[in-house]
Design a binder for this molecule. Structure first.
Ligand code: PMP
Length: 422
């Protein structure tokens, strides 16, 4: 056989050249043992911080006990225990669930369930939405054309309605909500009859689309329309769940209950696991055999998720996310006030975005990219987002401390100063 060594696909382009050797709490260490403050948490995945001892211990114990039990053949205790445990944190009545492996798979599962349960086909999403990269999930994704380009034809039946993005629209929040709800009603009058609409998918904080919290009045408007027209309200809590926004679920801020809740990322502190939950009357309408997969509810992931829930509860991480989120937002607004390049700083809990705009209000991708890179050089790992990549987002582990928030703000201030100089 010919000698060959493989190389990474250029598709796996890295935003920073950091080669992570290990992680501990809010820090990543590279192979030279240089320490980075990780304000990405792997897009919120390492909710309890890198390698939380409780999570490590639970996973290690489970690996040595039972790695995988195929739920179509045998049931196992971690899966049962996690199901019961999630019942305690899910919205009242949303108490039937099953597990898959990634956010995208859970989105696909929610769409299948919505179509089967309602007998209707169409789905509504909002401009800037991100629901994943598998074919149906990509069809529901509008956070940037790069996700959709070159892979069409996409799934038909997806209607895209404006998101109440007050800053981009140049409106007050109230006006943006009124506008977006009016446009949604217009879609119902012109594009998809409500009677053909199976579901509306929404992220409680627009994630990849730019870190824009959904105004509570908008979510309430969606709930009211879903009830009136008989379609389902699906909350994609992949980034916003498990305390990230300072409440357990992002939709808690609006005081509504969705019909389907999708969770992933923070659920198992980095182990691949996702879940969808719905009321039993709805879940029973799923066609047998149409959902699930080989690895869904893997025993090690379930054990890690149970430990994650323990840590969130015992360490008061939902409250910590709220308090630290407010501190971070205030610090970042202070930085923006000193530099003209940042047009908007917004967020909910530990999900905060800094939007770079030019003097005449256009997206400033270059300065955002520069600030992002300089921050990494100075030991602060961040992510960009938004269709133009001009939003620098901060999403640290939920265990972040006041000192770590203050250090991040200080480094960010230096990075912005250098990025906007001259
Ligand atoms: N939904 C949302 C809101 C997300 O942020 C993401 C991932 N960024 C997904 C779905 C897709 O998740 P995954 O990458 O695990 O497929």
């Amino acid at each position: 056989m010919a000698e060959q060594s493989a190389e990474l696909s250029p598709l796996l382009k890295q935003a920073t050249p950091v080669l992570a050797a290990r992680g501990e709490g809010v820090y990543i260490y590279d192979e030279d043992d240089r320490r980075y403050l990780d304000f990405t948490a792997g897009i919120g995945v390492t909710s309890t911080g890198h390698c939380h001892p409780r999570v490590v211990e639970a996973a290690q114990r489970q690996v040595a006990t039972l790695i995988h039990g195929q739920y179509t053949t045998v049931m196992h205790r971690p899966l049962l225990a996690l199901t019961e445990r999630l019942g305690g944190v899910l919205p009242r009545g949303v108490d039937r669930l099953f597990f898959v492996n990634s956010g995208s798979e859970a989105v696909e599962a929610a769409l299948r369930l919505a179509r089967q349960a309602t007998g209707r086909q169409n789905a509504i999403v909002f401009q800037g939405s991100f629901h994943g990269r598998t074919m149906a999930a990509a069809s529901l994704t509008t956070s940037g054309v790069k996700i959709r380009a070159g892979i069409g034809p996409l799934m038909p039946g997806v209607v895209v309605s404006p998101f109440p993005y007050a800053y981009r629209l140049g409106m007050s929040e109230d006006a943006a909500v009124e506008y977006a709800l009016r446009e949604l009603d217009y879609q119902f009058a012109t594009v998809t009859s409500p009677q053909d609409t199976a579901a509306v998918f929404i992220e409680p904080v627009l994630g990849e689309g730019g870190y824009v919290p959904v105004p509570p009045a908008f979510l309430r408007g969606l709930r009211e329309r879903a009830d009136r027209h008989g379609f389902l309200l699906v909350a994609d809590e992949v980034q916003t769940g498990f305390g990230r926004t300072g409440r357990f679920w992002g939709h808690d801020h609006a005081g509504i209950t969705p019909d389907i809740v999708i969770t992933a990322k923070g659920l198992a502190s980095g182990f691949p696991l996702s879940a969808i939950a719905a009321p039993s009357a709805l879940m029973e309408k799923a066609w047998p055999g149409s959902q699930g997969g080989t690895y869904g509810g893997n025993a090690v992931s379930c054990a890690a998720a149970l430990a994650t829930l323990d840590v969130i509860e015992e360490e008061g991480l939902v409250d910590n996310a709220r308090v630290m989120g407010e501190r971070l937002l205030a610090g970042l607004r202070g930085v923006a006030a000193e530099h003209s390049g940042i047009g908007d700083v917004r967020g909910l809990g530990l999900m905060v975005g800094n939007e770079f705009t030019t003097a005449d209000g256009r997206p400033d991708t270059d300065t955002a990219a520069r600030a992002h890179r300089i921050a990494a050089d100075k030991g602060l790992l961040l992510l960009t987002c938004g269709p133009h990549g001009n939003v620098v987002r901060m999403i640290p582990p939920l265990i972040v401390t006041a000192d770590q928030v203050d250090s991040a703000v200080a480094v960010w201030s230096e990075a912005v100063k250098e990025a906007t100089a001259g």
